[in-house]
Design a protein. Structure first.
Length: 179
């Protein structure tokens, strides 16, 4: 999850915060039924329940949607502090979109080749579970992603993200052909 500058992580009680605001217990909004709220947020009722009960974390896009519906700001959902991760992240940046496009391109390229995740894992040496997370956009800090070597002079937030693994790069770009 990409957080704005000045925030180090999501609050541990994020689910409870979302539940209180959705129920109208906090804030100025009227209560929203779980089914209606889930539909507006673009998630299932089960996913909303898991988020509110602290069993799952919302994806970046889902959290942004929830925050908009409930009119929440970052100080209400995230802890103030310095992000110690290797890549400072901000929601809804061009890098988010490029990473999502790269992940989608890998999935579509693999499917075009007719390979399962297990087959790609065998050929690439990257585990099937890691490949699955990458294709779903849930591994933004994976070692298979690197900043483009020609972008050293470009501002960090504008640098391109590419696959470090040549096979994954070729599949995502459509350059890989059947043997």
């Amino acid at each position: 999850m990409r957080l704005p500058a000045g925030f180090c992580g999501l609050r541990a009680d994020l689910g409870a915060i979302i539940r209180r605001y959705r129920r109208g217990e906090e804030g100025t909004g009227e209560p929203i039924a779980p089914k209606v709220f889930a539909m507006r947020a673009g998630i299932s009722r089960v996913a909303l329940s898991r988020i509110e009960n602290g069993k799952a974390w919302p994806r970046s896009g889902t959290l942004n949607c929830i925050m908009a519906i409930l009119e929440l700001d970052w100080p209400q959902v995230a802890d103030v502090g310095v992000n110690a991760g290797p890549y400072p992240r901000t929601p809804n940046t061009d890098q988010d979109g490029r990473l999502a496009n790269l992940s989608d391109a890998l999935r579509w390229g693999r499917r075009r080749l007719g390979w399962t995740l297990a087959e790609l894992a065998g050929r690439s040496g990257v585990s099937a579970s890691q490949l699955s997370r990458i294709e779903r956009g849930q591994a933004p800090r994976s070692a298979v992603f690197v900043r483009h070597p020609d972008d050293g002079h470009v501002a960090l937030e504008d640098q391109r993200i590419v696959f470090a693994h040549p096979l994954l790069a070729d599949i995502a770009s459509g350059r890989y052909a059947h043997e």
